[in-house]
Design a protein around this ligand. Sequence first.
Ligand code: PEP
Length: 256
Amino acid sequence: MINRKKIIAGNWKMNKTQGEARVLVEDLIRDIGKFDEAEIVLCPPFTSLSAVSELLSPVPNIKLGAQNMHEAASGAYTGEISASMLRELYVRYVIIGHSERRQYFHEDDATVNRKTKAALAAELRPIVCVGETLPEREADKWKDVLETQLKGSLAGFGDKELADVIIAYEPVWAIGTGKTASPAQAQEAHQWIREVLKKNFSATAAEKIRIQYGGSVTAENAKELLSMPDIDGALVGGASLDARGFTGIIKNACLK
Ligand code: PEP
């Protein structure tokens, strides 16, 4: 059986000024700077990447991520940020296709596919988000929705590309709502994602890929969720904004 190292990422969304980011990162370095049982990724807003990068430079266990990027290498795209700009700041991961990007910025699977390709070409590790809405869950369409999103987002890729991709299963109805998927519901969805990947790529690629769960993860529910066999980590929004909440998730879920 393949041993998949857990990966816990904090998505700060549009929160924290640079000063606030420094305080949080200093607290995290004190608490979990030497934690080696999981891969830890912080995704601050673009404006804090440089400051956080500097603070993390002597801390190899905590990596830097971005929340978004543009697919083009450079050009007339006012307000956008390219993969090479992220690389220059030692960013290693980038969240792509978060449901808020899909909902408010009209990103579809084709956009996610182009951005994921551009991220891989720049040697960034994309965290590709998929997940169904509440009406889709209630109509029992979640399997079809996930399959369509995965096929569209990963179109044209092979096992080689997939090896550097992380999938985040984030049911839209659980994001920022305090309504978490039950461990059984989340496990069922993760298992389905692995089946879709097996069908479209290979059994080995599907077995190797890490799939994070995201949606109202807290220090209280993390252990049970992450003890499920196909849940390889968490993408954390609200609870990643304070050091106690985020370290609580990491320690509760990943300490042996
Ligand atoms: C997210 O934004 O990716 C997320 C999962 O948010 P929250 O943890 O606040 O539900």
